[in-house]
Design a protein around this ligand. Sequence first.
Ligand code: 5GP
Length: 199
Amino acid sequence: MASSTGRPLVVVVTGTSGAGKGTLEKVLLDTTPELELAVSATTREQRPGEENGREYWFITPEKFDGLVEEGEFLEYVDLPWGARSGTLRSEIDRIQANGRVPLLDLETDGALRVQETIPGAVTIFVDAPTFDELERRLRERATESSGEIQVRLALARKQQEQKGRFNHAIVNDDVERAAKQLAEIVRGELQAAGTMSRP
Ligand code: 5GP
């Protein structure tokens, strides 16, 4: 369970909004049974196909404020399009108590906060191959209004500038290839931490 620093390992996937990190994480979770997704709480609207408790805990802004006050979040973020999302300490504790490694999906500021405060954190930045491709993917998903897409694109530019600050970076040019690379990075970190189950 411990990282090379002797602290419990936590894997953080971050990157530009729309780079496809969610898809890569699904493959990673399927192929790496040592990992379990730490489900964040969010105030944003549930998208079609999302399930409460699977992608997020969907909660009201009032409930979110209460959890902030009670110190229940390891970190949280106010996203520029109005939503708030945060990592629940209870999720990390529950996953680690089960002998597994938490996988966190965070925007870049949250990932940097976790990298600075948790010695066992390993951070992996996922980027889209080009900015045009990022825009195309966000428009294709079409779950946000065009105004929100513009805000997400502006945020993505800022996020790309932070790329060099993370432990690893990968480009999601091809899902299969990038998923394999992500799994290899995580396998290497789990092996270094002595967490990998035997084949
Ligand atoms: P989305 O609304 O598309 O699901 O997520 C928007 C952004 O919020 C993504 O970059 C995602 O990684 C990030 N995010 C989701 N949950 C959390 C969280 O608990 N904390 C932080 N800092 N970012 C989060």
